[in-house]
Design a protein around this ligand. Structure first.
Ligand code: MG
Length: 204
C-alpha cells in the first residue's frame, strides 16, 4: 500500500508558512514503513530536534482505480480515520532551502500515525462536513473542519489518480489545518473526530 499526503490543503495553514495557496494540490508520499497503528507510541528520532504534529483526516481507498472522474470519486472510499503526519520541520526546512525532496523529513519510521477507521455511514455525515481536533497533554492545540479544505477529498482522488493507480488499502492524508506545533518526549496527543476519541499517541 502507499500513503499519499497533501501539502497545504487549508488556507489558514498555508498562511503559517509562506501564504502561497497552490492552484493545484501538491502531493507527496510516505513509505508503508512510516505507519504507526493501534495507538503505538511515537519514538522521537535522534536526527531531528523539531518534530511537529499535523492532525489530518485520512481516507482509505476501497477499490482499484485510475483516472477517476471527480463525480465518481466518492465510490472509492467509505471509511475515514485520523492521522498524524509527523514532520521533522528542521529537515524539511533544510530540504526546502536546497530545493530538495522532503522524503526523509516526512517519511521516516513512525511518521504516519493512523487511528482505527470509521465508516462514514456510522458518522452520519458527509466527508466534507467533519470536524476534528487534537489535544496535546489535555489542551486543545488544533482544530479542523473538512468544509474548509482547498481541494475536496473527491478532487484529491481525481487529481492523484491521473498519475498513480489507486489500490485497495492506500491511505490518503488530506492535509493539515492550522495550528501545527512541536512535540516533546513525554507528551500525549489525542485526536477526536467529531466527538469520538480515535487516536492516542504518546511521545517517547
Ligand atoms: Mg501534513
Amino acid at each position: 500500500m502507499k500513503i499519499i499526503c497533501v501539502a497545504k490543503n487549508y488556507a489558514a495553514h498555508a498562511a503559517e508558512f509562506d501564504a502561497v495557496v497552490p492552484a493545484e494540490p501538491i502531493f507527496f508520499l510516505k513509505p508503508d514503513s512510516a505507519l504507526l497503528i493501534a495507538n503505538q507510541p511515537f519514538f522521537y528520532p535522534d536526527f531531528s530536534t523539531n518534530v511537529h504534529y499535523e492532525l489530518e483526516l485520512v481516507v482509505r481507498v476501497n477499490r482499484l482505480g485510475k483516472c477517476i472522474q471527480p463525480r465518481f470519486a466518492h465510490k472509492y472510499y467509505s471509511e475515514v480515520a485520523l492521522g498524524i503526519d509527523f514532520t521533522a520541520r528542521d529537515l524539511q526546512a533544510e530540504a526546502k532551502r536546497g530545493g530538495n525532496p522532503w522524503t526523509v523529513a516526512k517519511g521516516f519510521d513512525g511518521s504516519a500515525a493512523v487511528s482505527a477507521f470509521v465508516p462514514l455511514e456510522k458518522l452520519g455525515k458527509p466527508v466534507n462536513q467533519l470536524k476534528f481536533r487534537l489535544l496535546q497533554n489535555g489542551a486543545q492545540v488544533q482544530t479542523g473542519d473538512t468544509s474548509q479544505m482547498l481541494f475536496s477529498v473527491d478532487e484529491l482522488i481525481a487529481e492523484i489518480s491521473k498519475y498513480m493507480t489507486l489500490r485497495t488499502g492506500d491511505h490518503l492524508f488530506t492535509g493539515t489545518p492550522a495550528g501545527v506545533g512541536p512535540v516533546h518526549i513525554g507528551d500525549t496527543l489525542e485526536g477526536f473526530l467529531e466527538d469520538m476519541p480515535l487516536l492516542k499517541c504518546r511521545i517517547k
